[in-house]
Design a protein around this ligand. Structure first.
Ligand code: HEC
Length: 135
């Protein structure tokens, strides 16, 4: 086999396997949400929720997904309370995003509770994932 073709094959195969992992994590979660009765996941609705502000009943402060992740998903965020750096959420600039199912579940649970003051519904989570996936 000639050398360039060999390199091409290696790159091609590894790129497609990364992509496959990426798709299947979100797909598996969406499948999960469908089993809970959600359907027709809508990235636009996810985007709207992403930018929506929710008033915390105790402090009266407005909470928002962008409070920590910044308005531009391709840019790093900063934790609103601790000031800690948060890597960009957009899979287009951060290939690790939306690949680890346990991580996605854990943070959606935590972040929805903090931002909305309740758990997100399966529909809301699906919409958000569709939006994030497209970024
Ligand atoms: C109070 C700060 C904060 C807010 C507000 C917040 N997040 Fe996060 N989020 C984090 C931190 C911290 C992490 C974990 C660190 C990391 O992954 O870089 C994280 C991780 C995530 C992840 C994991 C992505 C992955 O695959 O690695 C998702 C998805 C996510 N957040 C979605 C949301 C959504 C949706 C909202 C709004 C409902 C939201 N976040 C609001 C702080 C926040």
């Amino acid at each position: 086999m000639n050398y360039p073709l060999y390199i091409f094959l290696i790159f091609g195969l590894s790129a497609s396997s990364v992509f496959a992992v990426n798709t299947s994590t979100v797909d598996r979660l969406l499948q999960n949400y469908r089993q809970q009765g959600a359907h027709d996941f809508d990235g636009k609705a996810g985007e709207k929720l992403w930018h929506q502000s929710f008033k915390n009943p105790k402090t009266g402060k407005l909470h928002n997904c962008t409070s920590c992740h910044s308005k531009n998903l391709r840019k790093p965020g900063k934790h609103v309370r601790t000031g800690k750096h948060i890597d960009p959420l957009a899979p287009s600039v951060n290939a690790e995003r939306l690949t680890d199912i346990r991580k996605v579940k854990k943070w959606l649970l935590r972040n929805c509770k903090w931002t909305l003051g309740r758990k997100c519904t399966a529909q809301e989570k699906g919409n958000i994932l569709r939006y994030l996936q497209s970024q």
